[in-house]
Design a protein around this ligand. Sequence first.
Ligand code: NAP
Length: 307
Amino acid sequence: MYDVLILGAGPAGLGAAIYGIRAGLSLAVIDQSPVSGGQVLNTYEVDNYLGLPMISGADMSDKFREHADKLGVEFITAEITGIGLGGKPENIKTVKTDNGSYEARALILATGAAHVNLGVKGEKELAGMGVSYCATCDGAFFRKRTVAVAGGGDVAVEDAIFLAGLCKKVYLIHRRDKLRAADILQKRLMSLENVEIIWDSEVKEIKGSDMVEGVELFNKKSGESGSLAVNGVFIAVGVRPLTELFEGIIEMDEGGYIIAGEDCRTSMEGIYAAGDIRKKPMRQIITAVADGANAVNSLQNYLYLNN
Ligand code: NAP
């Protein structure tokens, strides 16, 4: 029996772990991956985390994990299949996994978010055969080749910058005439000679028999259709919270984000939500780590009152 089980080993989960262990709580972090970091692992470079300028996502994840290891945090590698409430004694929470069940007095849900699909013909069929959702993982397969990135947010622009360093040519295809990405990223992107932005355009289809050969585009302003020959398509059109396991147990908004304030308290007593799964205005690494700290602070009061 643990004081707290932390579900997810991204920045929110690891932030909670170091605050929890320093507060003297018995805890463990459960994640299906033995490698910690969550979405940060798939990030080429992070330049907005205080004190760690221009750090690669992989190095940042290592640093986070090293910090937790140094403090003696226990990690359990298992796929979480559900949570249960109302154990005995009262208020005990159970985390069910493919490797047995674990019990705790409180839970911190920090399962993060995953990429959204574009939902066009060819996307599913050519996944892994030129269609990718992770530029840092798959970019090297497209060295000196031509690729397209779909999206206009931080991730799409970061991916395009990263790919420009490897590929002959990178097209960034965005559905509007303005990017959502941070200004500093936009400036870096615009300075790259082998990047071309295709504005106001949607990818309608990804074409190819065995491997990606091109994309069909539709320009929303001109109403014209066209095609582009590319060897790969990187899809970066946003993320969705990984909260399906908590449906019907914890209150969520229509997008599946868990409703919790800055204190991270959810609709269920003794269960806290931290990081990208929480309904909040800004999802960044630094705000995820802060959520981890706030969740621990809140649950300490809860454990004290329910001792
Ligand atoms: P995002 O900011 O939600 O951007 C998604 C982009 O995809 C938008 O440009 C959107 O277009 C476009 N899009 C959405 N659905 C589409 C569709 N069906 N077809 C075509 N385009 C579509 O998502 P993100 O870039 O994945 O970033 C997720 C979160 O992580 C953000 O809050 C971001 O700031 C954060 N992040 C932080 C860091 C960091 O801390 N360094 C790094 C990366 C990401 P519209 O603009 O037209 O809506």
